[in-house]
Design a protein. Structure first.
Length: 132
């Protein structure tokens, strides 16, 4: 009925997700002239006290998101010398950073690195990349 919020997801309604996804895919394809697919944790899912590559250089990347899932602080930057004193700070337990092609321009496609102030710091990364 109109004006009612949907209830919890159920197996009977699962096929409807494909319809929504199809409409979203069509809208994205119309906007960018290409298919766009998300890639989750393509390079890494944990980081420690040594800098590691967060995302590879990719000129097909339209957006990227990193979420700090750990209780430690994570620092990121488009340079391999990122450190706890040099980089963009991402706070613990849900802190995040997002890059968008129409706001951050070429930085969205750069190679990015990350480091944490403690070992085994979990993070989630999602990249939205054109697929042709």
């Amino acid at each position: 009925r109109r004006g009612r919020l949907p209830g919890p997801d159920s197996a009977a309604r699962r096929p409807r997700l494909g319809i929504v996804s199809g409409a979203l895919s069509r809208l994205v394809r119309e906007r960018f002239g290409a298919n766009v697919a998300p890639e989750v944790n393509r390079a890494l899912s944990t980081i420690g006290i040594t800098a590691g590559r967060l995302w590879p250089q990719d000129p097909e990347r339209l957006a990227a998101l990193v979420v700090n899932l750990s209780v430690n602080t994570i620092f990121v930057g488009p340079f391999n010398t990122v450190s706890t004193t040099r980089g963009i700070r991402i706070n613990p337990s849900g802190g995040q950073m997002m890059l968008l092609w129409d706001e951050d321009f070429d930085l969205t496609g750069y190679e990015w690195f990350a480091v944490a102030d403690a070992a085994a710091s979990a993070l989630l990364t999602v990249e939205w990349v054109t697929t042709g």
